[in-house]
Write a new protein. Structure first.
Length: 176
């Protein structure tokens, strides 16, 4: 009898744990009104770059940056093809120029948005507000205004491209 109740408790606990876990989907676009919280990220369509919050040496995530993903990139075919080759034979040009090889970029931000203005608490988020302004918020207050379009953008979205650029654009500005 005790064995059955222990099994039932373990079974119900595991079932509850699996059912309450949030669902995640990878996307490269942030829509107007959506929030990119400190545990979320955007990933470019070919998985080359990731936009996410990070920290240098603390447990909070006070910076927003773009990271290069050599292992997840589809540019080289299979995800792990890159690690099966000699790292000195693979060179990165363009946005990654200046590093000896692409392994130097693993887990390093290639661009930091708010380098001189870190978020003061652990609840930072990136969002496009109702006026189309791209900003970083901390505790509901705008810390960094990144882009403030003129005139007001009513249907804006931000997209992380495969070259590492994050573009803010207004969709259907004429209403068509």
């Amino acid at each position: 009898m005790a064995d059955n109740s222990i099994f039932l408790i373990i079974f119900l606990t595991l079932t509850w744990y699996l059912l309450i876990r949030p669902c995640y989907s990878e996307t490269d676009t942030l829509q107007q009104g959506q929030e990119l919280k400190d545990w979320d990220y955007l990933i470019s369509s070919n998985k080359v770059f990731t936009l996410k919050f990070f920290s240098f040496d603390t447990s909070i995530s006070p910076y927003l940056g773009v990271f290069y993903n050599p292992r997840r990139s589809k540019i080289y075919g299979r995800y792990d093809d890159l690690y099966n080759k000699n790292p000195k034979t693979i060179r990165c040009t363009g946005c990654c120029a200046g590093f000896d090889d692409i392994y130097d970029l693993k887990d390093r931000a290639v661009w930091v948005t708010n380098r001189n203005n870190p978020i003061t608490d652990m609840y930072g988020k990136l969002m496009i507000d109702v006026y189309g302004k791209l900003c970083i918020l901390s505790s509901g207050v705008s810390v960094v205004d990144l882009v403030s379009p003129t005139p007001v953008a009513r249907n804006a979205s931000g997209t992380l491209l495969d070259n590492g650029n994050f573009i803010l654009q207004e969709l259907y500005p004429d209403g068509i």
